[in-house]
Write a protein that binds this ligand. Structure first.
Ligand SMILES: C[S@@+](CC[C@H](N)C(=O)[O-])C[C@H]1O[C@@H](n2cnc3c(N)ncnc32)[C@H](O)[C@@H]1O
Length: 237
């Protein structure tokens, strides 16, 4: 038994362990095991990308394009944050999500089970395992893909590059490898008039806008985050 103001040995060990992990540079959200995203608290830990505040705006844009009863998919869902936020804020919608990393998927499944179960989570590379019955039926394809270029790795804070999964961060030499694949493949899954909404790196707006225009999308535009940086591309199929 402990008196008031005292802590038990097990609690002390736990506090010291958490403090040690944080002092060694592990992200706060991994140490606490939770990240806030829109109206949700999602569970996170090593192996999954920590959802960022700027991505909340990407969800805003996806919601703006999602009609009542519409179908949306989040490609590379990680913790499930974006898909779960859409499902929570728009219970009328049908929400799908895919993830290629088994470690990230483990966290995503946990959050989907804990927070609603209202997201259809699929294990696989981009659209590969999405049921073909959804082809040409999606109203919104949204993604915060890996988009950091190989040359930009050194610019990432150590907390990010030493702890968050590489597959969540890096998109090949110029950072656009996954974006090129998503923008191309999404054309087969979006219905006519459906919307693609992508988070991008701050220097990629012009290149990604040109890419999607070249693929035949229309009404292409870029949007800024709260810091004024171009971080979103959206386009209509
Ligand atoms: C930047 S993180 C974003 C995670 C989550 N959407 C968020 O915003 O918190 C990118 C995610 O895409 C996943 N990913 C990378 N390549 C993928 C692919 N080819 N197919 C599906 N998911 C992929 C990564 O594992 C990671 O979870």
């Amino acid at each position: 038994m402990t008196g008031s103001g005292e802590i038990e040995a097990a609690q002390e060990r736990r506090i010291l362990d958490l403090t040690r992990r944080r002092t060694l540079g592990e992200p706060l959200q991994y140490v606490t095991g939770v990240a806030g995203f829109r109206h949700l608290d999602v569970t996170v830990g090593p192996g999954v990308f920590i959802p960022r505040p700027e991505t909340e705006q990407v969800v805003d844009r996806a919601l703006a394009h999602l009609p009542r009863g519409g179908i949306a998919i989040d490609i590379g869902t990680g913790s499930g944050a974006m898909a779960l936020a859409i499902a929570q804020e728009r219970p009328d919608a049908e929400v799908w999500a895919t993830e290629v990393s088994p470690q990230a998927l483990w966290w995503g499944e946990r959050n989907v089970a804990a927070l609603s179960g209202a997201v259809h989570l699929v294990s696989g590379d981009l659209f590969d395992e999405v049921p073909s019955s959804l082809r040409r039926r999606l109203h919104v394809v949204v993604s915060n893909p890996p988009y950091v270029g190989r040359d930009e790795a050194d610019e990432l804070p150590e907390e990010v590059k030493d702890h968050e999964p590489q597959v969540a961060l890096f998109g090949g030499g110029d950072g656009l490898d996954v974006i090129r694949r998503i923008t191309s493949e999404a054309r087969d899954w979006l219905r006519e008039g459906g919307w693609l909404v992508l988070e991008i790196g701050a220097t990629q707006g012009d290149r990604v806008a040109a890419l999607v225009e070249g693929l035949g999308y229309v009404e292409v535009s870029t949007g800024r985050d709260l810091g004024g940086r171009e971080r979103i591309v959206e386009a209509r199929r």
